[in-house]
Design a protein around this ligand. Structure first.
Ligand SMILES: [Zn+2]
Ligand SMILES: [Zn+2]
Length: 444
C-alpha cells in the first residue's frame, strides 16, 4: 500500500493526520485479516510553498522540510499510527524520476520543452477516468508557466530551474521534480510496477492521482489495483486551512486532549465521510472513548487478565459482527457499535459481580480496539510515554502531599496547608475536597 503523505511545508493540524489514522486502521485490519502488508508513505520535501517559507524565514529549504517532517512524525507517533515500512522523500529519488521520464519520452507520452518536461495528456486515452472527467472539459493545468506546453492541459513532470532555487541535473536540463512524477517513481520503486492499494485524501483524486495513473500506465506499469481516498476534515464546511491559526496543530491539540481521544475522534467516522470539526463532537468522542477505557480498566482491576494476545489479533479471535463491519468497506462506525454493545454487556456483568463474564467482554473489547489502534490498556497509551503510565506515580506523590496538608490542618497551621495546595496547583494538580476525601485532577 502506498499512501500519499505529507508535503512538509508546515507542521500538521488535525486535518493533515486524519489520513494517517484512517490508513493505519486499514493496515491493521488487513494485517488482522491475514495479509502481509508493506506500507509506504512518502514525504514531499520540495515544493513551491516550502521554498517560499524558506526564503521568508531566511533558512534553507531542506531545514524547513526536515523540521516539519519531524512534526509529522511526532504527530503520527502520538496518535499511535504504526510507522511505515518505508518513508521515501522526493528529493532522494531523482534518478528514478529521470528513468521514468526517459521511458515516457521514448514512448511519445512526454516531451522536453523550455527546460521542463511535460506529459502529453492527449497521448493517454484513459486520462480523466479516475476522476470521471472528459479531457475536452478540462482547463489548463496550473502547475507552471504555460510557455513550454504543447497543450495547456499538459502537466509538468519536471520543472525547469529558476534562479535561486535548488536544482538537480537531468538530460533535459537542471530543475526540480514535479509533484505527480515523484509519487509514481517512489511507489513503483518500493512496491513494484503493479501493487495493491494507493491511498490519499479526496482532494488528491484530481489532478494528483489522475496524473500519477497517466504517467505510470502510459509508461507500461500496471500501477495501483485499488484507489482508496479518505474524506477531509473541515471547519464549518470549509476545507481546513492554515488561516485557522495554530490551535488545531496536533502539537497544540494533544496538550488539550489526550492523544487516544483525538485518535478516536478522527478514526470513528467512516473513512470516506467528511468530518466537520467541532469541539463538541470532539468532546463526545472523548467521552465515548473514556466509556470503553473505563470498562476495560475496571474489568482488569476486578479480576483475571484481559490480555487480548498479539498486538493485532487475527480476525478469527474477533467477534464476527466486528469483522463483518470492517470487511464491509471498512465500516468503523458499525464496528464501534459492536464494541459499545460489548462494553454495555461487560458493565452489566461487572455490576452483577460476574467477574468472568466481564473479563470475556473486556478481552473482546481490547481485541477489537487493537484493530482500531486504540486498546486503552496498550502500553502505547499506558506506558511511560503515554499519559496513563505516570498516573500511579503522581497519585502516590499527591497522596504524600495531601497527608502533610491534613497534618497541617490538624495542627491548625492553615498557612502551611494552603501552601501545600498552592504548590500542587502550581504543578498543575487541582485538589478537590469531596465527602469521600480529597481527589485530584490534572488541570488541562
Ligand atoms: Zn502523491
Ligand atoms: Zn498518490
Amino acid at each position: 500500500m502506498y499512501l500519499c503523505g505529507a508535503t512538509v511545508q508546515a507542521p500538521p493540524h488535525i486535518g493533515h493526520v486524519r489520513s494517517g489514522v484512517d490508513f493505519d486502521i486499514l493496515v491493521r485490519w488487513l494485517t488482522a485479516s491475514g495479509y502481509q502488508v508493506t506500507f509506504v508513505r512518502n514525504v514531499t520535501d520540495i515544493d513551491d510553498k516550502i521554498l517560499r517559507t524558506a526564503s521568508a524565514q531566511g533558512v534553507a529549504w531542506w531545514a524547513v522540510a526536515e523540521r516539519n517532517q519531524r512534526a509529522f512524525t511526532r504527530a503520527y507517533d502520538a496518535l499511535g499510527c504504526l510507522p511505515p515500512d518505508a518513508e521515501p522523500r522526493a528529493t532522494g529519488h531523482v534518478p528514478e524520476m529521470i528513468e521514468l521520464m526517459r521511458r515516457l519520452i521514448d514512448t511519445g507520452h512526454a516531451y522536453a520543452s523550455g527546460g521542463g518536461v511535460y506529459f502529453d495528456v492527449r497521448s493517454y486515452e484513459h486520462y480523466g477516468e479516475l476522476s470521471g472527467q472528459r479531457l475536452e472539459h478540462m482547463r489548463a493545468a496550473e502547475d507552471v508557466d504555460e510557455s513550454g506546453k504543447r497543450d495547456p492541459r499538459d502537466f509538468a513532470l519536471w520543472k525547469a530551474a529558476k534562479p535561486g532555487e535548488p536544482a538537480w541535473e537531468t538530460p533535459w536540463g537542471p530543475g526540480r521534480p514535479g509533484w505527480h512524477l515523484e509519487c509514481s517513481a517512489m511507489a513503483t520503486k518500493y512496491l513494484g510496477s503493479t501493487f495493491d492499494i494507493h491511498g490519499g485524501g479526496l482532494d488528491l483524486v484530481f489532478p494528483h492521482h489522475e496524473n500519477e495513473i497517466a504517467q505510470s500506465r502510459a509508461a507500461g506499469d500496471g500501477f495501483a489495483r485499488y484507489w482508496v481516498h479518505n474524506g477531509l476534515l473541515g471547519l464549518s464546511g470549509e476545507k481546513m486551512s492554515k488561516s485557522l491559526g495554530n490551535s488545531l496543530l496536533v502539537d497544540a491539540m494533544i496538550k488539550e486532549v489526550r492523544p487516544a481521544e483525538l485518535r478516536y475522534y478522527l478514526g470513528q467516522a467512516h473513512f470516506r465521510s467528511e468530518i466537520d470539526y467541532s469541539p463538541d463532537a470532539l468532546a463526545e468522542a472523548a467521552a465515548a472513548y473514556r466509556r470503553i477505557e473505563g470498562f476495560v480498566t475496571r474489568a482488569a482491576e476486578a479480576g483475571p487478565a484481559t490480555d487480548p494476545g498479539p498486538a493485532i489479533p487475527g480476525a478469527a479471535a474477533l467477534p464476527p459482527g466486528f469483522s463483518a463491519a470492517m470487511d464491509d468497506d471498512l465500516g468503523v462506525p458499525q464496528a464501534l457499535a459492536v464494541v459499545h454493545e460489548a462494553v454495555t454487556e461487560g458493565n452489566t456483568a461487572l455490576a452483577a459481580g460476574d467477574v468472568a463474564g466481564a473479563a470475556k467482554q473486556a478481552a473482546d473489547v481490547r481485541a477489537m480496539m487493537s484493530v482500531l489502534g486504540l486498546d486503552p490498556l496498550d502500553e502505547h497509551w499506558t506506558g511511560p510515554g503515554g499519559d496513563q503510565g505516570l498516573r500511579p506515580v503522581i497519585d502516590a506523590l499527591v497522596g504524600v502531599a495531601l497527608r502533610q496538608r491534613q497534618a497541617a490542618r490538624d495542627r491548625k497551621d492553615y498557612a502551611a496547608a494552603d501552601a501545600i495546595r498552592d504548590g500542587l496547583l502550581a504543578a498543575g494538580i487541582q485538589v478537590e475536597d469531596t465527602p469521600r476525601g480529597p481527589r485530584w485532577e490534572l488541570r488541562r
